[in-house]
Design a binder for this molecule. Structure first.
Ligand code: ADP
Ligand code: ADP
Length: 237
């Protein structure tokens, strides 16, 4: 479970991007984060994965506080968070399998193993994940030979290979057509439900959030202005 307690971020420029944001996400729940441009969605995601230092407040993942960590602890804590990106962030000239393994082994471990041999247990696990996202027969293809939807499936498998305790998903369908977007959202929901992972998905597409998310949190000017089900969002609109 993820808990945000009074999370506040004021940038050096004086912009307060988040103001006293508190909510928790239990295991297996996928939350859609919506809000207009500038509402603080990216800042929220960046605070949780600690690309941005919160000004105050706490981020507690599985009972451990992620705020105020030293550099070494920070690296270890980041491994507990699986990231999925809008532009996939794959290594284009590596194979699908290698991209998934890079999630499992981390960047340094990946290149160390590359020159020797990948641990068989990690390869088996990577195949299971590729099977789960429907890419078993694409394992040996180069990432740059895949369609956008397939690349995002690799991105999902790579994040899961890390055995994370939380998924952070930043506009996963912004570069995809509507049909592929729905397939990716459905897959994300299924994976969170079956694996018990909590997830936060930054979605600018409100109808897509309403169709697939169990819970929607609306941000505006750095504050939570809505927290409820898609049906409640329709009523409040
Ligand atoms: P969203 O993702 O919802 O569009 P952001 O988190 O990107 O919102 O931005 C929230 C607010 O914080 C905006 O006012 C934006 O201008 C400001 N902001 C975002 N990133 C920075 C930054 N690196 N430095 C200064 N201000 C920033
Ligand atoms: P998005 O909302 O899609 O994240 P933005 O245009 O808000 O895109 O931000 C693009 C980049 O610029 C981000 O890295 C963000 O942190 C940074 N940024 C946004 N607003 C500001 C700002 N006022 N000052 C400095 N950097 C900013």
């Amino acid at each position: 479970m993820l808990e945000l307690q009074g999370l506040t971020k004021t940038y050096k420029t004086g912009d307060t991007a988040l103001s006293d944001v508190s909510f928790s996400v239990p295991k297996g729940q996928i939350v859609g984060l919506i809000g207009p441009s500038g509402a603080g969605k990216s800042t929220l995601i960046r605070c949780i994965n600690r690309l941005v230092e919160p000004t105050s407040g706490r981020i507690v993942l599985g009972g451990r506080d992620l705020t105020g960590l030293g550099v070494r602890d920070l690296r270890a804590q980041r491994r507990r968070i699986g990231m999925i990106f809008q532009e996939y962030a794959l290594v284009e000239r590596l194979s699908v399998m290698e991209n998934v393994l890079s999630g499992r082994l981390g960047y340094v471990g990946f290149w160390a193993s590359f020159t020797r041999r990948f641990p068989p247990a990690d390869i088996q696990r990577a195949y299971r994940l590729l099977d789960r996202v429907g890419l078993m027969t694409h394992a040996d293809k180069r990432a740059d030979a895949l369609s956008g939807g397939q690349r995002q499936r690799v991105g999902i498998a790579r994040a899961l290979a890390q055995e994370p305790e939380l998924l952070l998903v930043d506009e996963p369908t912004a570069s995809l057509d509507p049909k592929t977007s729905r397939q990716i959202m459905r897959l994300l929901v299924e994976i969170c439900t079956e694996s018990g992972l909590p997830a936060i998905v930054n979605i600018h597409d409100v109808p897509l959030a309403q169709q697939f998310m169990q819970r929607i949190i609306g941000l505006r000017a750095g504050q939570v202005v809505f927290d409820g089900t898609p049906a409640q969002l329709t009523e409040s609109a």
